[in-house]
Design a protein around this ligand. Structure first.
Ligand code: NAD
Length: 297
C-alpha cells in the first residue's frame, strides 16, 4: 500500500492526561472527605515479583498523594489460597477499605479466578469480578478495568467526547484488555471489530480502523502500511527487548516510527497507556467509596 506523505502524528501524552485524571480523583476524594468518608485502597501483593513490587509501591504513593488511605498487604510467595481468601474476606468487611486490588499474576498454586470471585464486587477496583464484567456487557454502570478505560479516555482526548459511528479495530481478545476494550468502544456507539491470533488478513482489517487498538503483546507487529491515514493508534502492548547497547528497553505492538508517518495521533510506549492505569484506579476507588457510602446510608 502506498503511504501518502503527511505531517507526523501527534504523540498522545499519556503522562499529562494521567496527571489530570489524578487531580480529578483527588478533588473527588476531598469532597468525600468533607462528608466524613476518606476513600481507602488496599493492595495485596503475593510473592516477590520485582515488576509487581514497583507497581504496588507506585500505587501506594499515588493513592496517598490523592488524599486517600493506602493499605498494603505483602504476603510471602508460599501463602496458601485459603490464607489469601481469608484476607480478601477481611478486607471485604473492613469499613475503611473501599477498593481492593489483588496484584496479578498470582503464584501458580493459587486459583486467581477464585480470589477474584471472592471480592466484594463494589470494592473490585480492577473491574475483574464476573459481576462487573457482566455490567460492561450489559452497558450498565459498574467498576471498569483500568487499562481498557484508559484506551477510551485517550481516544476521546484526541477525537472528542462523541465517538459515535467510528470504526474501531481491537487486536487481542483477552479478558484483561481486548474484550473489555472492545465492549467499552461498542458502548460508546463505535462499530467494533475484534481481531485475534486466528484473524485472516489482519493488515487489511486494520486499514479500516479510525481507531486502532493494539493489545496482542507482539513487538512492533503493526506496521505503518496497516494504518489508515489519519487514524488514531492506541498501543497497549508492552514488550521488553534488548537494545543495541545491551540494555533492555520497552517497545509496543506498533512500529512507532512507521506508524507516526501515517496516523493522526499515536500513544508512545512507554508513556502512553501505562500511566493512565493508576490514575483510573484512583477514580475507581473514589467511585467505590461513593457506592459503599450510599449502601450504608
Ligand atoms: P494476552 O496474551 O492475554 O492476549 C493477547 C491477545 O492477542 C490474544 O487474544 C491473542 O489472540 C492476540 N494475539 C496474539 N498474537 C496475535 C497476532 N499475531 N495477531 C493477532 N492477534 C494476536 O495479553 P494481554 O494481557 O491482553 O496483554 C496484551 C499486551 O498488553 C501485553 O503486551 C501486555 O504486556 C500489555 N498490557 C499493557 C497494560 C498497560 O497498562 N499498558 C496493561 C495490561 C497489559
Amino acid at each position: 500500500m502506498q503511504i501518502e506523505a503527511r505531517t507526523q502524528a501527534a504523540i498522545i501524552d499519556g503522562k499529562a492526561i494521567a496527571a489530570r485524571v489524578r487531580a480529578q480523583a483527588a478533588a473527588a476524594a476531598r469532597e468525600l472527605a468533607a462528608s466524613g468518608v476518606i476513600p481507602g485502597l488496599a493492595v495485596v501483593l503475593v510473592g516477590e515479583d520485582p515488576a509487581s513490587q514497583i507497581y504496588v509501591r507506585n500505587k501506594g504513593r499515588r493513592t496517598i498523594e490523592a488524599g486517600m488511605r493506602s493499605f498494603e498487604h505483602k504476603l510471602p510467595a508460599r501463602t496458601s489460597q485459603d490464607e489469601l481468601l481469608a484476607l480478601v474476606r477481611q478486607l471485604n468487611g473492613d469499613p475503611a477499605v473501599h477498593g481492593i486490588l489483588v496484584q496479578m499474576p498470582l503464584p501458580k498454586h493459587i486459583d486467581a479466578d477464585r480470589i477474584v470471585a471472592a471480592l466484594d464486587p463494589d470494592k473490585d477496583v480492577d473491574g475483574l469480578h464476573p459481576l462487573n464484567a457482566g455490567r460492561i456487557v450489559l452497558g450498565k454502570p459498574g467498576l471498569v478495568p483500568c487499562t481498557p478505560q484508559g484506551c477510551v479516555i485517550l481516544a476521546r482526548h484526541v477525537l472528542g467526547e462523541d465517538l459515535s459511528g467510528l470504526d474501531v479495530v481491537v487486536i487481542g481478545r483477552s479478558i484483561l484488555v481486548g474484550k473489555p476494550v472492545a465492549l467499552l468502544f461498542q458502548n460508546a456507539n463505535c462499530t467494533v471489530t475484534m481481531a485475534h491470533s486466528r484473524t485472516r488478513n489482519l493488515p487489511a482489517l486494520c486499514r479500516r480502523a479510525d481507531i486502532l487498538v493494539a493489545a496482542a503483546g507482539r513487538r512492533e507487529m503493526v506496521r505503518g502500511d496497516w494504518i489508515k491515514p489519519g487514524a488514531t493508534v492506541i498501543d497497549v502492548g508492552i514488550n521488553r527487548i534488548a537494545g543495541a547497547d545491551g540494555r533492555s528497553r520497552l517497545v509496543g505492538d506498533v512500529a512507532f516510527e512507521e506508524a507516526r508517518q501515517v496516523a493522526r495521533a499515536i500513544t508512545p510506549v512507554p508513556g502512553g497507556v501505562g500511566p493512565r492505569t493508576i490514575a483510573c484506579l484512583l477514580l475507581n476507588t473514589v467511585q467505590a467509596a461513593r457506592t459503599i457510602a450510599g449502601r450504608r446510608a
